[in-house]
Design a protein around this ligand. Sequence first.
Ligand code: PEP
Ligand code: MG
Length: 917
Amino acid sequence: MKKKYIYFFGNNKADGNARMKDLLGGKGANLAEMANLGFPVPPGFTITTEACDEYNRQNKKFPTGLQSEIDKNLTRLEREMGAKLGDPNNPLLVSVRSGAAASMPGMMDTVLNLGLNPDSIQGLINKTNNERFPRDAYRRFINMFGNVVMGMKHHDFEEIIARHKKKAKVENDTDLNAEQLKNICKDFIAIYKKRTGSDFPLDPKEQLRKAIIAVFDSWNNPRAVKYRKIYDISGLLGTAVNIQAMVFGNTGNNSATGVCFTRNPSNGENKFYGEFLLNAQGEDVVAGIRTPEPISDLAKELPIAYKKLVNIKNKLEKHYKDLQDIEFTIQEGKLFMLQTRNGKRTTQAAVKIAVDMVKEKLIDKKTAINRIEPNQLDQLLHPTFNPKAKRNVIASGLPASPGAASGKVTFHADEAEKLAAKNEKIILVRIETSPEDIGGMHVAQGILTTKGGMTSHAAVVARGMGTCCVAGCGGIQVDYEKEEFTVGEKTIKKGDYISLDGTRGEVILGQVPTVEPTLCGDFGKLMKWTDEFRRLKVRTNADTPEDAQRARDFGAEGIGLCRTEHMFFGEDRIDYVRQMILTAGNVTKLKISVNEAKAELNKAPKKKLSSLNNKKNNIQSKLKESQRLYKGALNKLLPMQRSDFTKIFKVMNGFPVTIRLLDPPLHEFLPNEKHLQIELAKKMGMNPKEVKDRVDSLHETNPMLGLRGCRLGITYPDIYEMQVKAIIQAACAVKKQNIKVFPEIMVPLVGTDEEMKVLKNDIKIIAEKVLTEKGAKINYKIGTMIEIPRAALTADRIAKYAEFFSFGTNDLTQMTFGYSRDDVGSFVPQYTERGLLEKDPFQVLDQDGVGQLVTTGIKKGRQTKPDLKIGICGEHGGEPSSIQFCNRNGMDYVSCSPFRVPIARLSSAQSAIKEKQ
Ligand code: PEP
Ligand code: MG
């Protein structure tokens, strides 16, 4: 069957309707709908997005049949209007506007007043007895046509107008008279010819064809392409083109044009909101050439038209059951509707409008929940820059942790702490961060790194803290020695002010004022509604009682990941941690030496016995001393860990708390710089060389693939023993206070069932011993992270020894792709830019690859234990599309940083609603 490329809309009826957005674009579909509803829409027709798609696919050629459909529909339009395009006696003028299925405000092109030439101008003058208006329309037409169709700069035209206004000694465009406008048109035509090398087209049919082509082409203009990328708009065919009879808001003071919203799109207030200009055309409002009046003043200026507008906007909102963004024109007192669409709004407004509309019984709770884009909620949870403030952006990186921050540049974490103690506001600037920097990161207003991706240390920690962070900002060169960074020609020194926009990933010179977030009651209400629909539980990744409390406030139902290593960096304990690491190495080394000495002794001739015995005793006493120090350090750490866990259990008050045993490679806890090693040796009463040797011995080529996770627990069992004791003792203490407690002990980085078997056995023995000592009963679980591909593939065997699984998708992504999670900043942005990767897989779960391992892990795990509790604690646990994946695949919970808890609640609810539908 022959394809239909054009849909007509006329008085009270249209070929299309609002459900045909994909084909007619939002604007075309809604114009058709308004015509069907009987609202005053100037007649016209819409060329489909399919036509645009075919035009682009056929190397910019009109698809067969399109031109004849245009001609036919134009004739129909002319009949309906009783005027003809280009008719010198009774000319029809049309607008040509773009409109894709997804609204992309201002991204594509529009041409108004098409059909004007000297003959039709004369015709209009004769018909309306108004010489100024057609000449005003003509100069606008030449300008728009030159700009949109021929790619001329607006500047060329603006210069001419400015010159004429100066000559005429007038300030506003509206003060120019017909004669002056006529002269402007003459100059416009001349500059058109100069810039384009061709005459301005006088044949209206040629004008129309060229304008349609320009609109088709605008689908792929750089700003439209960028907009679609930013807003993740994909899978659309192209733009539709709307050709519509012109109505004029610029025929005098009983005409006007305006843009309005059925409610306030900024704060959601249910109050008619908008602006208008008397004697103007649409683009004047948008371009800000004149300052428009508030819509309420239209009631005084043109009361009949205003009343009608209010009536129609009320009906439109009821009909669409959503905030409408409306464009209208009033010609000689008569109102015409030019557009309606669901209006863009701030998150605050989105939440208020959704909740209000449920109250007004316009929509149900499910619809309200689906109206909010989960990631948008971030805006409600962090301070933001005042949108009115000026920004001098000097560099851009990854928007690693949202929010806004200003402060003095500092390059060292310890200095940041000192300055923060003096109430200074700090931006910590690092090439990359390490756990050593945690204190400085904690006190900083914002963190800027030049290396690292969205799951780099800086990014993960900053998100957990809710601290704004821009990561992987490659355009910046940091010089720690000079304590400055350079970006292009600019040098920013320690103490200079910069600002970070963690939502956009921008680095801004100087201080930008912020506004505090206000969590209004509607937000809480909406969040409660999500709980009625979701199946997934939402937990949090939190390592401190403060973070745990914040997450509870946001509705977290437990902790899915408590990374114990972050507790090791507290000022009161880092020395003991270091003592533990340094002596643990000695203990292992000396144990070997003792065995060697014993063996030597056994084989030795009599005369050497005494000296070898002395040697053995000597090593044994060194071993004893190291063991004493090692145990001493662990004994110091135990009560500290116990107190950490006690506080967290209390905050979680009966919700499950998953505590992960120590995971990172030990070198992360020791200083790398020489002077710090000397200082540490002094503190530990050791020889600096010993410290250096230990640091060197811990050095690994690929530390992420080395001695970390459960491998640590197997190599240094006393560390896990101390942690398990602390967990169970804390649980007993909390239970004694009649607080329910459900600890879940989690083993990291398991790759084989044998590892899990050994560790589960060890953990159980320790835990049971504590419980026997205390005479207590605690409902605890022992489980593992699934973060190594092999673990996912052998999950059926691992599940024999695990009571729960938590997918660590950060490491799982790292190991599945073979991308270092701390170094992706150097290539992933280019990959996504060039389309080699659709998304950064550390931000959005790669469902095709990593996802397969997750589904396999779930399936195999539940083959062994059908009711195995399964969750996710990688960064993806707070990302909407990944949460949907977790929901679909039957996980029990997701766990994410405290600030993402509301996002996860909303996403889970949306996913559950979708699944039911
Ligand atoms: C993970 O790997 O997904 C995880 C949660 O652990 P971490 O980020 O601490 O390695
Ligand atoms: Mg991990």
